[in-house]
Design a protein around this ligand. Sequence first.
Ligand SMILES: [Zn+2]
Length: 346
Amino acid sequence: MGKRDPQTNKFKTIWTADVDPSSREVNPADLTHTDVVDVIQENGPAAEKVDIVILGDGYTKAEMGKFKNDAKRLSAVLMAQEPFKSKSKDINIRAIETPSEVSGVCKPHPGVFKRTPLSVQYGAFDSERYALTYDNKTVRNVASQVPYDFMVILVNERTYGGGGIYNLYTTVSSDNKFADYIMVHELGHHMAGLADEYYSSAVAYEAPDIKLEPWETNITAMPDKNKLKWKDLVDPSTPLPTPWNKEAFDKFGNDIQQQRKKLREEKVPEEVMEALFMKQYKQEDEYFSKEKYKDAVGAFEGAGYTPKGLYRSQLDCIMYTRHIHFCKVCQRSLISVIEQYTATGK
Ligand SMILES: [Zn+2]
């Protein structure tokens, strides 16, 4: 187990343990699996492909058809986006059914308490939209029915929420109007450790110390053309840092954040929140359409929860706004992860 040194940004070991699979403390008996598996797409042996397992929480027995449809729908959304689109023949996706006694999951902020098979709940680290499960053992036992490298847990809720943790899992509220965005964005965190490129919404994390270059591949504190980590993708005619109309964009973004906070406090129906996000989405489109460097790779200030001193590579990316498209740097990072798991990448 490692932790980053705050001075050097390098990992240092804080804890180690030996695991001996032949120890009598390790139970080698097979786990009997009885859950139904739905194959969404299968393109070859697990050893040569990226294998994604989809689990579901808060779906009742009567809602298993819905779970299957949600899994198919959101898989199709993922496979329609680059780089997954070009790599779709390298990806297997299987879903496992775990019916729940109740529909929906635990949401402590509005006072909705439930128990579900995978124990996903909103409100992780007290962030209302952050849906996670801490019951890792149950989740791993369920998932072990199929081979998998990455995991998506669909949450049978309309309330906006989800989460993506590097090499752990992704969660998605499957009925939200922005479920497609949540699915793709959170998988970016989960699969490639991509950083959030946004910097104005409230999050459960502290902003990084920008004296150091972030380890994530898609944000930087060094926009200098000789040091920039994606310098090979930058056209010589693009200035660094790259100018954009940040002031107007931030002012609008901050207004939206204030309204969002107020609406959550007022516990308005989810469609009211979705309408606010739609308004934001359309206004962002309008701002972006006027930008000189809207398609360029450069260094745009504002990234990683930090409005000043951290930079992202393109004006827009799904790690920044809810527009479903990865920037070129994020695409490249995802490709390198996919190729670690596939025969074509060897
Ligand atoms: Zn990006």
